[in-house]
Design a binder for this molecule. Structure first.
Ligand SMILES: Cc1cc2nc3c(=O)[nH]c(=O)nc-3n(C[C@H](O)[C@H](O)[C@H](O)COP(=O)(O)OP(=O)(O)OC[C@H]3O[C@@H](n4cnc5c(N)ncnc54)[C@H](O)[C@@H]3O)c2cc1C
Length: 418
């Protein structure tokens, strides 16, 4: 048994949220042990996602606009938080062409209603920027976020059959591989962060004046030697394992959470498709294409890419391998073909794209039904944030967009108790 007594802070989970929390604490002079089951930081959902820094358009069905408002807050602080923690290295992360939003005829909201809600989001965005001159969207301060376009204008490069409308937007995606690499370097360069890779946390116990985190070493995914570390405060940022670890400390969450396993395909696009717009279809279970400047694109598509759905406290062990990018070649090829051919009708050229990588990520949210249900909880992503219990902080960042924001808030919750 490896044991360490420490009066420091333990952060469990080195995704983007945990890394930001640890780096922010270290910048404030707090010593941190950052525990991660994988061999490197930012190897799970924060790497294997679409990279979109949301401005709220996807969440237009949230009539209160609380979800778009939260996304805008995350989007307007994303660059400055990450740059402040990485000596400016995170300044140039934009990797995609701007998003066009396609509205299918069976969208939950028609184009006129979407236009009204997009305008309200734009007003929120512009209001926040005028309140705080230091805010920016990935280094830019656009004076508008979208404009409606015609299907005729889109039909030169997108398939518009079955579509009811479209919008051009200023929304973009970042390069998650570059982001992961910058964050890993920042962790390595920060002497107050001790990074413990290959450490899986399995339990947390409250002690007099602190906590004990226990776990096992991970080597080739087999449980290895047991370890434990004591800490004055603990931050749990383990995404799809958060409820499980909270439970070991006796913290119960209200029912209704949902874990979904979503696959993505990264592929090299044919010349005819290259540098076309990135596309998201709204509102419903449709799909996305993110066109990147290096000639590759991200593809995701419902229902082909949605391969897991559970209300269990944590996803089954079978999700582990694809979430680390480990997939048998035949399964990867079949998944790529299913997703790319399903996208071909609305993004011509997709079926000719050459798959480079197929992997998956877990999505944690609250909801009982899918996004085609107008009453689905998945339209509301505001049940997130930092939940503190006397020195134990459990953090759900909700999205990549809001991960830096909630990583910083978690660090502030810790500092507030020191
Ligand atoms: C396919 C897909 C597309 C997405 N697209 C977008 C998008 O375009 N825009 C957007 O804003 N969001 C998107 N998201 C959501 C986004 O990826 C997540 O909200 C975000 O990355 C979560 O960050 P995190 O740091 O909490 O989680 P993670 O990055 O998963 O980090 C959690 C870390 O905890 C570690 N861990 C877990 N359990 C343990 C344990 N027991 N012991 C030790 N370590 C542990 C994990 O290995 C991992 O490194 C997408 C998600 C998916 C899956």
């Amino acid at each position: 048994m490896m044991a360490q007594n420490d009066s420091t802070v333990v952060v469990i989970g080195a995704g983007l949220t945990g890394a930001v929390a640890a780096l922010e604490l270290a910048q404030a002079g707090v010593s941190v042990v950052l525990i991660e089951r994988d061999a490197c930081a930012v190897n799970r959902a924060s790497l294997r996602n679409e990279g979109k820094v949301h401005l709220g358009f996807v969440f237009a069905h949230d009539q209160s606009l609380a979800t778009p408002r939260l996304m805008i807050e995350g989007a307007l602080t994303f660059r400055s938080i990450l740059s402040g923690l990485t000596d400016g290295a995170a300044d140039g992360l934009i990797a995609s062409t701007p998003f066009t939003y396609l509205v299918p005829e069976d969208s939950l909201l028609p184009p006129n209603e979407l236009e009204r809600r997009f305008a309200a989001m734009e007003a929120i965005f512009l209001g926040r920027m005028s309140d705080e001159p230091d805010l920016d969207y990935l280094g830019t301060r656009p004076d508008r976020l979208f404009r409606r376009t015609t299907l005729a204008a889109l039909s030169g490069y997108l398939g518009t059959s079955g579509m009811a409308g479209g919008f051009l937007t200023d929304e973009v995606a970042v390069d998650t591989v570059a982001l992961a690499s910058i964050i890993r370097s920042a962790i390595a360069a920060q002497p107050l962060v001790r990074f413990w890779p290959c450490h899986r946390a399995t339990g947390i116990q409250r002690l007099k004046g602190g906590f004990r985190v226990t776990g096992s070493a991970v080597q080739n995914v087999d449980p290895g030697e047991a370890w434990q570390v004591d800490a004055a405060q603990v931050v749990n940022v383990t995404w799809e394992n958060r409820f499980l670890l909270d439970g070991t400390l006796g913290i119960a969450h209200p029912p209704g959470w949902l874990h979904r396993l979503k696959y993505r395909v990264i592929a090299r696009v044919p010349d005819a498709m290259r540098l076309g717009p990135s596309v998201t279809m709204v509102v419903g279970p449709f799909g996305d294409v993110v066109q990147r400047s290096d000639g590759t694109a991200f593809f995701s598509r419902y229902p082909a890419g949605l391969q897991g759905w559970t209300h269990d406290v944590a996803p089954p062990a079978a999700w582990e391998a694809p979430c680390r990018g480990v997939l048998p070649a035949d399964q990867a090829a079949a998944m790529a073909q299913a997703i790319l051919t399903a996208i071909e009708p609305w993004y011509p050229g997709a079926a000719q794209a050459e798959p480079i990588e197929v992997d998956a990520g877990a999505i944690v949210a609250y909801g009982c039904t899918d996004v085609d249900d107008p009453a689905s909880g998945l339209h509301d992503r505001t049940r997130v944030g930092v939940e503190s219990h006397d020195g134990y902080h459990s953090v759900d960042p909700g999205k990549l967009t809001t991960a830096p924001l909630f990583g910083v808030r978690a660090a502030r919750a810790v500092i507030g108790r020191l």
